[in-house]
Ligand binder design. Structure first.
Ligand code: ADP
Length: 450
């Protein structure tokens, strides 16, 4: 039995993830409150929620990032909890604290854990101490370009400079030799300061052609942790994921068992609760090294839901209600079949320019093994102010080949008129012999587009 039972949850987000969280709440019999900016008045998350409150103008700084407006909306509507989705305030420890001090449960890890995981070089140090393999790099924040130079010399070029507080692939610089370091250090510092309001940098070894592989976890408030297998996220452009799948062809059963065991221990020791992801890079030899923790639900969570049969968002809510993982999970974890997700973005597939505007025709694919998570509909307007994700198309098959074929046919039945989308790009990726054979790394898209 849960120790508390939420009657009403506010979703501090927009777009497909807001709709996803509303769906989970409906299934749990929980009332929902949507918040929206003036640009999202006609969004489906507003329509599907039981109540909706406008929290400000289009600009996210004055709406979806406005903590005071969101907390007032929560107080006026008397909610028990806030689900932050991903992006926006989801990894903002200060916001989690404000929720707590207002007597509202934040559906996510505690502020202390968000702080630990959100400062990337601190998370690295913690994981290293816990026996998780970590790439060689600086011990903490780099105090000067001279210190960066010294560290780079000791681990060998190339290295990558990263923002401590970074995200979304920004603030990173690849350094190929000592001559470039000082200039790139200044650039990265400047970009990090502007984007994350902290100029702190650290550095680590840069891998030439790695795979990005991440492990999904759930942890309850009693120290119980479950690792729900991994996702392969190497198909990315400019460090932004485009297509994800689970499981990864590159991870062996033994490796999955080993990493899951060491992660279970590390995550339990950190006091982590709720859902989260531990991201790794895999080098050419197949070795996995820790990169960072995302202390929130991720865009690509549905592929894991397909292969595990576990509803990650409902699990987050039930964990926040004080339920035990062993009561939430359906039984011993079993990974079955294969799932793929394509992110359908409103952008030109050739130039990658954003393509906001009115969707004049919209038809969703369906049928066995097909899932679409979206907020869009015929005649809706994709606003230019937010990320360009219009829909996520996810397919499941008994094996990878079936999942690929199913994705190809689902993409061919997905009609979006009036704006450009990334559908043609996904068709190219799926038809590529190297992709089909599972021979790829994070440089795949760059090679494909050449
Ligand atoms: P962010 O949090 O900004 O998304 P990440 O640390 O998750 O940044 O890295 C994003 C992507 O950048 C990775 O998926 C990978 O493609 C690339 N990357 C990051 N670190 C390295 C590294 N040390 N070597 C090679 N590629 C890297």
């Amino acid at each position: 039995m849960p120790s508390v039972r939420f009657n009403k949850v506010l979703i501090a987000n927009r777009g497909e993830i807001a709709v996803r969280v509303i769906a989970a709440c409906k299934e749990l019999g929980i009332q929902t409150v949507a918040v929206y900016s003036e640009a999202d008045r006609y969004s489906s998350h507003v329509r599907f929620a039981d109540q909706a409150i406008c929290i400000g103008p289009a600009k996210s700084a004055r709406s979806y990032l406005d903590q005071a407006s969101i907390v007032s909306a929560a107080e006026i509507t008397n909610v028990d909890a806030i689900h932050p989705g991903y992006g926006f305030l989801s990894e903002n420890a200060g916001f989690a604290e404000v929720c707590e001090s207002s007597g509202i449960k934040f559906i996510g890890p505690s502020p202390r854990v968000i702080r630990l995981m959100g400062v990337k070089e601190r998370a690295r140090a913690f994981m290293r101490e816990m026996g998780v393999p970590v790439l060689p790099g600086s011990e903490g924040v780099l105090n000067s370009p001279e210190e960066a130079l010294e560290t780079a010399e000791s681990i060998g070029y190339p290295v990558i400079l990263k923002a401590s507080a970074g995200g979304g692939g920004r603030g990173m610089r690849i350094v190929n030799g000592p001559g470039e370091l000082a200039g790139l250090f200044a650039q990265a510092q400047q970009e990090a300061g502007a984007a994350f309001s902290s100029p702190d940098l650290y550095l680590e070894k840069y891998l030439a052609a790695p795979r990005h592989i991440e492990f999904q976890l759930l942890a309850d408030e009693y120290g119980d942790v479950e690792i729900l297998g991994e996702r392969e996220c190497s198909i990315q452009r400019r460090h932004q994921k485009l297509l994800e799948e689970s499981p990864s062809l590159a991870v062996t059963d033994e490796q999955r068992r080993e990493i899951s065991a060491v992660l279970r221990k590390a995550i339990a020791a950190s006091g982590y609760t709720s859902a989260g992801t531990v991201e790794f890079l895999m080098d050419e030899t197949g070795k996995l090294t820790f990169m960072e923790v995302n202390a929130r639900v991720q865009v690509e969570h549905p592929v894991t839901e397909f292969v595990t049969g576990i509803d990650i968002v409902k699990s987050q809510i039930r964990i926040a209600q004080g339920e035990r993982l062993r009561d939430i999970l359906p039984g011993p974890l079993e990974l079955r079949g294969h799932a793929i997700e394509c992110r359908i973005n409103a952008e030109n597939p050739d130039t990658f320019q954003p393509s906001p505007g009115r969707i004049t025709g919209f038809h969703l694919p369906g049928g066995i093994g097909v899932r679409v998570d979206t907020w869009a509909y015929t005649d809706c307007v994709i606003p230019p102010y937010y990320d360009s994700l219009v829909a996520k198309l996810i397919t499941y098959g008994s094996d990878r080949q079936e999942a690929i074929r199913r994705m190809q046919r689902a993409l061919s039945m997905f009609i979006v008129e009036g704006i450009y989308t990334s559908i043609p790009l996904h068709q190219r990726i799926l038809a590529d012999p190297d992709f089909q054979a599972g021979r790829f790394d994070t440089g795949f898209i760059q090679r494909l587009l050449k």
